[in-house]
Design a protein around this ligand. Structure first.
Ligand code: FES
Length: 125
């Protein structure tokens, strides 16, 4: 794939990851899938900006999907680091396990989103 193709550019711009850059190809993952399970790091997570969600894997095989919209003033969370979902605007941090606020001014946890895992891919329901 051409690194500057529309798909690659959208993917690189719309996905925040822990560690090395991970480019998610929407076509490869399926038109409605959020992400493939093997693209979510254990103990970390992936922010999927264009779907406004963050997918985490607190323990191997245990996934969670949360809204990526910070409950403080509505910024989109930027990435996952040290088992925390990070909002870049005013420093709120949320737990990858349940979306609970662990730091910063956010007044409420990140809302959970219902999802299903099907054939190694995660779909919103
Ligand atoms: S909008 Fe996220 S901490 Fe303020």
């Amino acid at each position: 794939m051409d690194c500057l193709s529309r798909r690659g550019l959208i993917s690189a711009a719309s996905v925040g990851v822990t560690g090395p850059l991970l480019v998610v190809d929407d076509a490869e993952a399926g038109s409605r899938a959020l992400i493939r399970t093997n693209q979510v790091p254990v103990g970390g997570g992936v922010v999927i900006r264009n779907r406004r969600v963050v997918v985490t894997q607190p323990r191997a095989g245990r996934f969670r999907v949360f809204s990526a919209i910070c409950t403080h003033q509505g910024c989109t969370v930027s990435h996952v680091a040290d088992r925390r979902i990070v909002c870049p605007c005013h420093g709120s941090r949320y737990a990858i396990t349940d979306g609970a606020v662990v730091a910063g001014p956010a007044p409420r946890p990140l809302p959970r989103r219902a999802f299903v895992v099907r054939r190694g891919r995660i779909f919103l329901t």
